[in-house]
Ligand binder design. Structure first.
Ligand SMILES: Cc1cc2nc3c(=O)[nH]c(=O)nc-3n(C[C@H](O)[C@H](O)[C@H](O)COP(=O)(O)OP(=O)(O)OC[C@H]3O[C@@H](n4cnc5c(N)ncnc54)[C@H](O)[C@@H]3O)c2cc1C
Length: 481
């Protein structure tokens, strides 16, 4: 019997047949995340339901030196949850329970496969919510959010995922569960929970998460401000922040995105606007009223053509539906897009938006913009037709130039989507060799064999000669099915 069949038999003995995906067509569904340029099929997908199963899977993979690729909902935009060298993909979707809701301590303990929005639904009636809200929150998993340190529209005020994670259990490459942090906020020693958040599966498989719950604000107001140009809208962003207002969310959409949303979702965004700002304020009702008036006045002073405050919850929900479904709506105007995630200091927004227009013209590719303007986190969708190799080439060149421009302005190559394989090659733009070497060494201490999500997060860096060493199992095609 070939080694591979025995390996699969051992996996089957751990999780049962219905928790294995072996057929080529089944594994095809796992060959990429939402960054569809990067593809790599796992040799087998396994869906554990319990921590002890995760431990046994990891021990088996370690014994056979088989790479492990963790996966949540596969909505990542950096090529993190795909298997560039094959191996075992561990999909955490069946570990999706809320283990504990602890209102007196304002926290909850959840399994990693739990969908982000489900947690808020679970605690809403008690007056709480889970604050990190990536636009994918209807489908992305909390384990994925933790592993990418996800942001979202409301992270401007509430902070990103790491600010809401109190503790984690991780099954590392030894197969032993490691408990980091807990319900108590401040712990002695290194902040290992902080190190593990955003580690993109390279430290191990997150099997439980203790998250902070946030009290639902008393009042909320959502404002739609319409501008003739993206420049004017960028100036309004700076003015609002400079006035000391911290909106819960401050999102910008350009004319291309507005038209796509209106055709697809019909969210009530004015079709003739050059740009719109979606401004949300929340907190004590009286404070929200006052800040909303100031935000409206500041928008008008910066040239807003019209400003509208959502009258009720239904109108507010519709405005957000448009924003959260923007990426999908772009499908109406382009067969494919590269979704960038770079950051600039907020004060550089007008400058980077002008630079983007120049890059777009130089490379003859359409940029569509929908982004978290309040924290300078850009999300240009660089549109192209994947049937035209020249267009793809130009889109990639435009992408590269934009990243460099952001770094030159003091920004970052990624704000919230993570590194995956997509940004790994770009980390050298941002970090010195010494910084990258330190990260390699840390990774090697935690995962000496380099089995956990190989090829992700860090580039193969010539200066240190370290990096990914995992061995791909030699699997004759079809041997396991
Ligand atoms: C329409 C759309 C909108 C989006 N909006 C946002 C946004 O506003 N903000 C934002 O930050 N992102 C956004 N994203 C990107 C994506 O949704 C986030 O990165 C999300 O956190 C990924 O969660 P996931 O469950 O899909 O993880 P996956 O894509 O499955 O995995 C992401 C990474 O985490 C690792 N991983 C997953 N689960 C585990 C685990 N249990 N243990 C260890 N490692 C694990 C994977 O190996 C991979 O490296 C958006 C994506 C889409 C498609």
């Amino acid at each position: 019997m070939p080694v591979n069949s025995r390996f699969v038999d051992e996996l089957r003995a751990i999780v049962g047949s219905d928790a294995l995906v072996l057929s080529p067509e089944g594994r095809l569904a796992y060959e990429c995340d939402m960054h569809t340029l990067y593809k790599g099929q796992p040799d087998v997908v396994v869906l554990p339901s319990r921590v002890d199963e995760v431990q046994r899977i990891v021990r088996l993979c370690r014994r056979e030196r088989v790479p492990i690729v963790p996966r949540g909902s596969g909505t990542g935009l950096a090529g993190g949850a795909m298997a560039p060298t094959g191996g075992v993909m561990v999909a955490m979707n069946r570990m999706n329970r809320v283990l504990e809701i602890d209102i007196p301590n304002r926290c909850a303990v959840v399994e990693p496969g739990l969908i982000n929005l489900w947690l808020t639904r679970e605690v809403a009636a008690r007056g709480y919510f889970f604050a990190p809200d990536p636009s994918s929150q209807m489908v992305s998993s909390i384990g994925g959010n933790v592993s990418t340190n996800a942001g979202g529209p409301h992270c401007l005020k509430y902070g990103i995922t790491t600010n809401h994670v109190l503790g984690l259990t991780i099954v590392g490459s030894s197969g032993e569960p490691l408990t980091l942090g807990g319900k108590v906020w401040d712990r002695p020693g290194y902040d290992l929970t902080g190190v593990a958040v955003g580690s993109e599966g390279t430290f191990g498989l997150v099997t439980s998460i203790t998250v902070r719950l946030t009290h639902t604000p008393e009042g909320v107001k959502t404002i739609l401000a319409l501008f003739a140009t993206i420049d004017a809208a960028s100036e309004a962003v700076s003015a609002i922040i400079a006035a000391g207002i911290v909106p819960a969310a401050l999102e910008m959409l350009d004319d291309v995105v507005i038209r796509a949303i209106e055709a697809g979702v019909g969210a009530g965004y004015p079709g003739d606007a050059g740009a719109v700002l979606l401004i949300e304020l929340d907190g004590p009702r009286a404070e929200v009223e006052m800040e909303a008036e100031r935000a409206v006045a500041l928008s008008r002073a910066r040239g807003a053509l019209s400003v509208r405050v959502a009258r009720d919850e239904a109108e507010r929900a519709l405005l957000w539906k448009g924003r959260k479904e923007a990426a999908g709506a772009i499908g109406r105007i382009a067969p494919s897009f590269l979704l960038q995630d770079a950051v600039v200091p907020r004060s550089k927004l007008p400058q980077i938006m002008r630079e983007m227009q120049a890059i777009s013209a130089r490379h003859r590719v359409l940029f569509a913009n929908v982004f978290h303007a309040g924290d300078g986190n850009l999300h240009p969708l660089i549109c192209y037709d994947d049937r035209d190799p020249d267009e793809l080439h130009r889109a990639k060149a435009a992408n590269e130039e934009l990243l460099r421009a952001c770094i030159d302005m003091g920004g970052s190559v990624t704000g919230e989507h993570g590194v995956g394989v997509d940004k790994a090659q770009h980390l050298g733009l941002q970090y010195a060799d010494a910084d990258l070497n330190f990260m390699y060494r840390l990774r090697r201490v935690i995962d000496p064999e380099g089995l956990m999500n190989p090829g992700k997060l860090l580039p193969s860096h010539p200066a240190c000669g370290e990096g990914f060493r995992a061995r791909r199992p030699v699997l004759p095609e079809g041997a396991w099915v």
